[in-house]
Design a protein around this ligand. Structure first.
Ligand SMILES: Cc1ncc(COP(=O)(O)O)c(C=O)c1O
Length: 381
């Protein structure tokens, strides 16, 4: 039986989510903007899903805007904020953590074309914000927007958002939190409490791909990224992905009910794997010592190249990642590990294992055995 240990890249669609979606793929096919009964059925389903996603985050329903996924959510937050702030205005400055997902990093970098000063926030060796440097950056000049993710997709490192938010708001800036990896794994309302804008994605919580949310607090002004037919109060045009949204709602409801059991289960697997990895001479667990997601561990074994190990494990039927799915195969080491101060050689060795509630202790044993035998195979004669 193949083993799937890449739940931070994406998750299997929960059969209960599929059941909730199915009627909207085969049945009520109305356009939610239509006023007849077909349209109203679709509209009602969307609003019920909105309430479920809001509940997961401890948000108001009016704060939820549907998107095509967290890549769009992050782009919308950053570009929408920049456009509302005013193009080419003097003093426009934003900061983002050096370990952000490319959906934040690249969207933020694109603001340079809109006349913004864009800077990264350094992190320490454990992946947490480098506080003295961050404080100095906030003090030196006005800043309007700061992006710090709740939990990192590669290392699982969880930032201290309460502390970040306090300093960011004291500096007069707004805070964008990419909470894609936090959802369904840690308490999401604690993240939303600190943020002004927050991104979520359905396919990381056993929902469908291609649907996400940007949470926006009422005091935040955003210009639309997608202009169109006035959907989502005019800030995100386009006919809604009804079945996908219904699926996100169902997945959010399940995550709300089950996240704590999922966390307990996956943490036990993480600890089992980490004990085995620590027993290998010279192994490194990235973000060790920092608070981390219960389901995520990224590690390196000396003399092993991450991508080669990934392929060798794949041949034995075990799916892991060498970093973020997006960065895999680019031939570049993880920007997250480089930002944490690891060398390119060490970063090239990284393997990420991300568990889901469906994984078992027997599967972890299989991975540890595979690591052991592959390691022996690789040793020079
Ligand atoms: C932290 C983080 N942000 C954003 C994204 C992008 O989300 P989506 O696949 O919904 O565009 C991902 C997906 O890998 C992620 O892990």
């Amino acid at each position: 039986m193949p083993v799937y240990f890449d739940n931070n890249a994406t998750t299997v669609l929960d059969s209960r989510v599929f059941e909730a979606m199915q009627p909207f793929l085969l049945g009520p096919y109305g356009n939610p903007s239509s006023v007849h009964r077909y349209g109203r059925a679709a509209r009602d389903a969307i609003e019920a899903a909105r309430a479920r996603v809001a509940d997961l985050a401890g948000a108001q329903v009016s704060e939820v805007t549907w998107t095509s996924g967290a890549t769009e959510s992050n782009n919308f937050a950053l570009k929408g904020f920049a456009d509302a702030f005013g193009a080419q205005r003097a003093n426009a400055r934003m900061l983002y953590a050096a370990t952000e997902h490319p959906a934040v990093m690249e969207a933020a970098e694109s603001l340079r074309n809109r006349g913004w000063t864009v800077e990264t926030i350094a992190v320490a060796r454990d992946g947490l914000i480098d506080w003295p440097k961050f404080e100095a950056q906030l003090a030196v000049a006005p800043v309007q927007l700061v992006a710090v993710m709740a939990a990192n997709n590669e290392t699982g490192v969880i930032q201290d958002l309460a502390r970040v938010s306090k300093r960011v708001h004291a500096a007069g800036a707004l805070l964008l939190v990419d909470a894609v990896q936090a959802a369904g794994k840690i308490a999401l309302p604690e993240c939303w409490r600190e943020a002004d804008l927050m991104s979520l994605s359905a396919h990381k919580i056993f929902g469908p791909k291609g649907v996400g949310v940007l949470l926006v607090k009422s005091h935040v002004e955003l210009a639309p990224l997608l202009h169109g037919g006035g959907q989502e109060r005019g800030v995100r045009g386009g006919t809604e992905n009804v079945a996908g949204i219904v699926g996100f709602g169902a997945a959010a409801e399940l995550a709300n009910a089950e996240w704590s059991q999922r966390a307990t289960h996956t943490l036990a697997l993480r600890q089992q794997l980490e004990a085995g990895v620590r027993a290998i001479d010279g192994s490194i667990i990235f973000g060790d010592g920092a608070p981390r997601l219960p389901n995520t561990v990224q590690f390196a074994i000396p003399d092993w190249e991450g991508e080669a190990l990934l392929m060798a494990l794949d041949r034995t039927g075990i799916a892991v990642s060498s970093g973020s799915a997006c960065a895999s195969g680019t031939g570049e080491p993880s920007h997250v590990l480089l930002a944490m101060g690891f060398s390119r050689a060490v970063a090239f060795g990284a393997i990420r294992v991300s568990f889901g509630p469906q994984n078992t202790a027997a599967e972890v044993d299989r991975l540890l055995q595979a690591l052991h035998s592959l390691r022996v195979e690789r040793r020079p004669a």
